[in-house]
Design a protein around this ligand. Structure first.
Ligand SMILES: [Zn+2]
Length: 133
């Protein structure tokens, strides 16, 4: 995830969390805000002042979780790669994807087809040397 988006996600968790007014939350929010460019923060705060979340999750079928509009695949890829931050073209929220480990569902069938099996190279059996007596 892009470093700015990561900071925004954490910031939103705090500011839309259960206790945004605590001194701990405010200190954390301050640290995160320092990582976000002023212009981006300004947009985030404008949405927040209207009681809206400034961020929207990209769902699996590439739709914005907040406005349910489709997001161009190129935009999704940019977000996934963490190359840049992107806005939803419909609701104007910053888009983010959940950080997931890339391999979660391994196929149940573990059929290992090794090419070495077909070529059965016969190795001469070595007898342990017995005539050492
Ligand atoms: Zn949207």
């Amino acid at each position: 995830m892009h470093v700015v988006m990561h900071a925004l996600v954490e910031l939103q968790k705090i500011e839309f969390g259960p206790d945004p007014e605590s001194s701990f939350s405010k200190a954390e929010a301050e640290k995160l805000r320092a990582q976000v460019p002023q212009q981006v923060l300004g947009h985030y705060d404008r949405l927040r002042s209207r009681g809206k979340k400034g961020l929207a999750l990209v769902r699996e079928n590439n739709v914005c979780a907040e406005c349910h509009m489709g997001i161009p695949i190129g935009t999704v890829i940019t977000i996934m790669k963490g190359e840049d931050i992107q806005l939803c073209g419909s609701c104007g929220r910053y888009l983010y994807v959940e950080d997931k480990p890339p391999v979660t569902a391994a196929p149940a069938t573990t059929r290992v087809e090794s090419p070495a099996k077909s070529k059965r190279g016969r190795k001469p059996k070595k007898k342990p040397e017995e005539g050492a007596a």
